[in-house]
Design a protein around this ligand. Sequence first.
Ligand SMILES: [Zn+2]
Length: 142
Amino acid sequence: MNLKFSCDMMLYDVARWLRFLGYDTEYARYKRRDKSRIYLTSNEKLNDVFLLKHGSLSEKLLTLEKEFRIIENARPFTRCSICNIQLEEATENDIDNLPPFVKENFNSFRKCPKCGRLYWKGSHYGKMIEFLKNLFPDLLNL
Ligand SMILES: [Zn+2]
């Protein structure tokens, strides 16, 4: 399944998580509706979009899993959380300036082809996975 989402301005945290999980996720004011995307909002006045009720981030992620199976089909560590673009394998050159500690302790590095940001499975990644494992103990096989 290759779902694509669009989050309205109230759902910054959800957009960030969907990108972390590997989903193509727009985060913008609604412009032209693109039929290939699922539109998420917390605005009860909007029609024709999926309403994510106000609540904690956990509640929102649970709702999205129930409705769209976002966790079962997740591909974390594949998309830039800023640019929403697929990451590429980083080259030796790309990681040259990283602190030695990072280079010694991690062996998989990815790079955003747009902003150049480097990604590795460090403590930030670990914390996010841990959060998901607590929320979806039976689903996550990462
Ligand atoms: Zn980027």
